[in-house]
Design a protein around this ligand. Sequence first.
Ligand code: R2B
Ligand code: URA
Length: 336
Amino acid sequence: MTECSCDFILPSKEGWEKHYDNCSLMWSKRSETSYPKNKDGSLCLPNKNLEKLDRDVLYHLSFDTTHYNLPAMFGDVRFVCMGGTKQRMKELAVHVADVLKIDYKPVNLTKSSHRYAMYKVGPVISVNHGIGISSMTILFQEILKLLYYAKAKDPIIFRIGTSGGLKIPAGSVVISSWGLNGTLEKTYDIPVLGKIHRTPAIFDKRLAQELQSLVTDADGFETFSGGTMAADDFYRGQARVDGPFCAYTEEEKLAFLRKLFDMGVRNIEMEATAFAALAREAALRAADVCVTLLDRLEGDQVIQNKVTLMKWQERPITLVGRYISKYYENNLHKKY
Ligand code: R2B
Ligand code: URA
């Protein structure tokens, strides 16, 4: 019988899932393949080709395994936070430093890649992934390899994002339960060698419950758990009628958005399916925490003023920062 490897960040509460989805016990129940983690929680990536490489170049991060001591640089990483923009991820790094009381001046560690911007503060990597699944998955896969070479233990991954809400007030935060693709399946589908490779896009329920429990009335915004549609486009792919092309009516658009709502979807963004799927495949615990910039039943354009939008975008950062601080308050870092 496989043993459970749950390292609870928050003590269990009634009604919560008993296990994290990525624990060795849950993995053994759902998968025939061996658990992709070592006993100490470090990653054990299943691709054996990696062992044959003399040097692995993490091209988009501008690191490699010869010229950089990745275990020394990143061996202590416990949390990886990703989000679309460089600015937001810099702000997250500064916020984490503040919360953890670390004296910190932001330095972009991947400046020479001219692609993504990565910050590291204490045990937290904060890195931007650009827009959409293909940009995010390149970053995510190189982060997975980085964590693997660094021998980081039990990393937890957050996406901090923006989205369009469905029938919820603009400025609300949605913690995703699952991702839904453009053809309304809860999967991440990618063509591999000419065939569709399909992976379930389900997020860790216990982690979502823990995050949700940290929201207080004083926060001044509502938080929802629900499905997240990941579209491959901002305009037609999200049923907008304000793009350069549109061959459906406003009524058809609203009927589609209502159908999504009835399926349990609470927001639309552009990465959730792939983010959930890659994390699950690597047995990493992940949460997608997005603020909604508008209610899509009421319109398509993001018309809020910049100051309000910036304030709203702090909300997922505050929540994830609070989660990371709990990890310290509960002294869990001392185990590592
Ligand atoms: C939300 O916002 C971006 C598009 O504006 C995209 O990255 C997403 O998921
Ligand atoms: N990001 C999206 O992908 N959609 C929105 O409506 C808002 C932000």
